[in-house]
Design a protein around this ligand. Sequence first.
Ligand code: NAP
Length: 286
Amino acid sequence: MAEVLDGRALAVRIRQAVREEVAAFVGRHGVAPCLAAILVGDDPASSLYVQNKAKAAAQVGIRSETFHLPAGTSQEEVLRLVDELNRRGDVHGILPQMPLPAPLDAGAVFERLDPRKDVDGLSPDNAGRLALGRPRLVPCTPLGILALLRETGRSLEGAHAVVVGRSNLVGKPTAQLLLAEHATVTLCHSRTRDLGRYTRQADVLVTAAGRPGLVTGDMVRPGAVVVDVGITRDGGRLVGDVDFEGVRDVAGWITPVPGGVGPMTVAMLLRNTLQAARIQLEGENR
Ligand code: NAP
């Protein structure tokens, strides 16, 4: 029976550490790190995410501001707001809440962000730095995944890590981080033929597809570490990509949904906001 990797408990420890570091930062500079969230439209899930992030920020002493733009806001108006927040010295992190409603172009928004304020790590500059092995601000969910993997105490060096999903937000940066830890990495996606052939070889299996029930017990190597990033709303419930009960009998470690990667993403956003503030006030190489 697999051990459960408790993302909630680890996130609490990380948030506590961030709170102490924020207090020290305020002591040095007399200002708190500040996160500006950009929310466009009225998607209830996005509004809830932004509210939760603001609440979590307040709990660790990070100031936050939310810019709520109406549905139908033009690309130019969003970019104007980004320009203004880029210029503001009292704003250290900028978080455009995804997904932006159509026809807004999220890629163009991230290109416009000052990379030193890009706490989601999705600007071309930050994504390129990660790919080159010179990371600065790294996407929050992949950082949370790596922190959970470290909790197992197992070395990633030489391990075969299989990542299901190749998005810029989760799959690709997770693969980059695993590679930097010297894992042998296989990246799978919707066109992968016979997914189980790859997942069965995984010492570490990370699924970020958003397809409930995608990974079943027969697709997992005995003793593997399984990290389920998927979040799909099923009525009032949140479900991952992994058949938890079936895989739990086979795996060595497994993350639950909810309570696995989700809380880690928020904790890493807080850490990235503090890091962004340090980059801006204490120099490039923090
Ligand atoms: P995305 O942009 O929709 O990417 C999904 C990826 O999964 C794509 O690369 C897709 O392949 C692949 N995929 C889809 N169906 C597949 C299948 N049947 N077999 C193999 N691969 C398949 O989503 P995302 O933004 O990366 O997010 C992925 C999931 O993680 C979602 O459920 C999302 O809600 C969740 N998420 C959770 C957190 C958290 O904090 N826990 C954070 C971010 C995202 P193609 O590229 O070929 O289309």
